[in-house]
Design a protein around this ligand. Structure first.
Ligand SMILES: C[S@@+](CC[C@H](N)C(=O)[O-])C[C@H]1O[C@@H](n2cnc3c(N)ncnc32)[C@H](O)[C@@H]1O
Length: 265
């Protein structure tokens, strides 16, 4: 079988079952072949080996079963970087890049050279690690830190130990884990900041907390409610449980002039 035949078989299999089936098929075939999507389109004559074909069929079956493409591939691109994802963490959404871009602008406006930046409910670490990685271009600090050079500390927190494991792995993959300015803390909402004694010390708290009202979860698409962690979605009866806590308690930890930035829907 050649790539062109595999593409056509995949499109027939997924047509009507997923919204962006042609894109999904190209991504899954590229993953099975260990090449890029561009290679798939540029080399339709390439022969698909039996092992590659078996892997491709396995990926197609998972997708027909509504598993998100990002979990099948094992990563999601966010702010131009690949973040490892699996069922332990929410798949970072494109709209959350607005949260990161807004935070970067605030960091630049505040001229944050050192200080503390917290990503509460960090999941895969997509938000906090992007701020750490991209901040050095739009702000005034440097990573890796040179001797005596100021740079902020980043604190990433989550109630899920499993999510923190993924965030740590992403920090390693992005080359950010060797910095002494990165901490992962476990616990409920802002409690880890309390435990670490960070009263009146934080410049910026950023959070994309769970904000789906509990009663709406059963109406979400199968690919969300059957695969992504409910813990990452459920924001309590009105969806505002975490938003309220963050607004009420963040002032205990923010410096004068500090900012709280929340994604709320
Ligand atoms: C919507 S996800 C956001 C993940 C990541 N920040 C992102 O934008 O992709 C919410 C995260 O909040 C975490 N979480 C749920 N309940 C929590 C709690 N009580 N305290 C801290 N984190 C919590 C979940 O484990 C999940 O990782």
């Amino acid at each position: 079988m050649e790539v062109r035949d595999a593409l056509s078989l995949g499109r027939q299999a997924l047509s009507g079952k997923t919204e962006h089936f042609a894109r999904d098929v190209a991504l899954l075939l590229a993953h099975a072949l260990g090449c890029t999507v561009e290679d798939v389109y540029l080399h339709p004559e390439r022969v698909v080996t039996p092992q590659e074909y078996d892997a491709y069929l396995y990926f197609l079956k998972r997708r027909i079963n509504k598993e998100p493409v990002a979990y099948i591939l094992g990563y999601k691109e966010f702010m131009g970087k690949k973040f490892k994802v699996d069922k332990r963490v929410l798949i970072p959404r494109p709209e959350t890049e607005i949260l990161v871009e807004t935070a970067l602008k605030i960091m630049a406006d505040m001229e944050i050279k050192d200080g503390i930046i917290c990503d509460v409910c960090c999941g895969s670490g997509a938000v906090g690690l992007s701020l750490m990685g991209w901040g050095r271009f739009s702000c005034f600090f440097r990573y890796p830190k040179g001797a005596g050079e100021p740079s902020p500390s980043f604190v990433l927190t989550d109630i899920s130990q499993e999510a923190l494991e993924v965030a740590r792995e992403n920090a390693r993959n992005l080359g950010l884990d060797c910095q002494d300015g990165l901490r992962f803390l476990h616990g409920d909402c802002l409690e880890p900041l309390r435990g670490a004694g960070l009263f009146n010390q934080v410049d910026l708290i950023v959070s994309n907390p769970p904000y789906i009202p509990s009663g709406e979860i059963e109406h979400l698409d199968d690919e969300i409610k059957n695969f992504e962690p409910i813990l990452a979605l459920d924001g309590g009866a009105c969806g505002t449980r975490f938003i309220n806590t963050l607004i009420e308690e963040a002032p205990d930890f923010l410096k004068s002039g500090g900012h709280l930035l929340i994604e709320i829907g």
